[in-house]
Design a protein around this ligand. Structure first.
Ligand code: ADP
Ligand code: MG
Length: 418
């Protein structure tokens, strides 16, 4: 009897196909990337298929036991997903076994044991490096098979056959290790790709740089023109004054473009340090007070101490842009409210204004470079703010209604002090 026969290969085939399927869906369907729970659901679905198929087309059927590689997908799910994945898989496995071949107490005992020890091992497994995982998964599978055999012998007068030794004890460790190798390779490929996407973003930055220099050259050309005009002596004082004002306005515009752009162009902050959100936001609000007073806007803040990790200049730039937009959105009178709350893991900063609000289309384009509805807007402020939040591993949402105002919510990971 050849031990590595077509049934063994079939069993392996079911697993490999479902693993590819898992990564394909994970990569293409955003639903599965959004939350860990969605990912777990997908993992359970993709692993229960090979578990059932392995049992349906087993390697060898003896009167009192069925040999197949079902423990390979089961342990894979347990190692990578912990008990939250393992428990549903356990139920599916036992139910399928019961429906197909009838109830057997040994099976229940063996897989419950694997569930318990496998789940306990899972956190250790996840902390290992790639190479260690290959080895550790094989060793753990082997140990579990031995414990299962002892359990079966103690519970009943279980016959340890040659096929059992090969297919239940010796082949699975290799199979698990092999499948772990493939999982790790696919994972790495996805990781490299997401890094490539970031590089692509930098490409956009350099393209922006070109258009930015163009944007700045325009006002400078205007300024140059007016300065040349002013050189002539026979010019009225009034006209001269007018020219100076136009030139100054154009220079201000150039400054605004540079300010908004600079933070975005630098890919990474030089210095990452603990930031006191209260302190930094107070600075930003103080900086914006003159502008707010000029436009008859109140800035109302309710802040509390909390620490996040980041670069102070970037952080300030981010909230400067957001709060400034709030001030600018208010046409007559109104206020901008800066609130925050802190929970176990996050700091949430809410900037709400009583301004003009945004239409659905404007919300959709928020953060897009050069999108501005203002006469002298640069359309870069929101993009920079969003980019900084993402750099700090934060998330943001924007809610807005025309006529009633806009609320921007920024959530950043809390820096836990040791
Ligand atoms: P800019 O402020 O230079 O126009 P931004 O990138 O900061 O550029 O903002 C882009 C656009 O998003 C603004 O022109 C405005 O239409 C809209 N916007 C941003 N924040 C608000 C807000 N708080 N209320 C209303 N509209 C806003
Ligand atoms: Mg702005």
């Amino acid at each position: 009897m050849t031990y590595i026969n077509e049934h063994v290969l079939n069993n392996l085939f079911y697993m490999l196909v479902s693993i590819f399927f898992f990564y394909f869906l994970y990569d293409h369907v955003r639903f599965f990337q959004r939350k860990k729970a969605h990912q777990r659901l997908l993992l359970i679905a993709c692993l229960s298929v090979p578990i059932i198929l392995c049992m349906k087309y087993p390697i060898y059927i003896a009167p009192d036991c069925v040999h197949d590689l079902r423990q390979v997908p089961f342990l894979l799910g347990t190692f990578y997903g912990g008990w939250t994945v393992s428990f549903p898989l356990l139920l599916i496995l036992l139910l399928a076994r019961w429906v197909m071949y009838g109830y057997q107490f040994i099976t229940v005992a063996v897989y419950v044991m694997m569930f318990v020890f496998g789940s306990l091992f899972s956190p250790i497994f996840q902390r290992l490096s790639r190479k260690q995982r290959l080895f550790a998964s094989a060793v753990m599978t082997f140990i579990l098979a031995i414990v299962a055999t002892i359990l079966a012998i103690v519970i009943s007068d279980f016959q340890v056959t040659e096929s059992y030794i090969i297919h239940f004890i010796l082949v699975p460790p290799f199979a698990v290790s092999f499948v772990v190798l493939i999982v790790e390779t696919l994972r790495e490929a996805l990781l490299v790709r997401s890094k490539a996407i970031k590089l692509e973003k930098m490409e956009v930055v350099s393209q922006l740089a070109a258009s930015i220099s163009h944007e700045i050259r325009n006002p400078l050309t205007v300024v140059k023109g007016f300065l040349q005009l002013m050189k002539s002596k026979d010019i009225l004082a009034e006209t001269r004054e007018q020219y100076i004002n136009i030139a100054l306005e154009e220079l201000n515009r150039a400054c605004a473009i540079i300010d908004d752009y600079l933070t975005f162009a630098k890919p990474f902050p030089e210095k990452i340090e603990p930031l006191d959100v209260h302190h930094e936001l107070t600075k930003v609000i103080d900086m914006l007070r003159p502008l707010a007073n000029m436009s008859g806007v109140d800035i109302v803040s309710a802040l509390m101490p909390a620490k996040v990790s980041g670069n102070a200049q970037y952080f300030r730039q981010c909230f400067l842009n957001i709060i400034k937009n709030g001030i600018e959105a208010i046409q007559n009178v109104g206020a901008v409210y800066v609130h925050m709350h802190v929970d176990e893991r996050t700091v949430t900063i809410v900037v709400r204004d009583e301004g003009a609000g945004m239409t659905k289309e404007e919300i959709a384009r928020f953060g897009e470079p050069y999108f501005s509805t203002k006469q002298k807007g640069t359309g870069l402020g929101a993009m920079v703010a969003v980019r900084i939040i993402e750099m700090m591993n934060g998330t943001w949402t924007i809610k807005s209604e025309v006529g009633s105002g806009t609320t921007m919510t920024v959530t950043l990971p809390l820096l836990l002090e040791k």
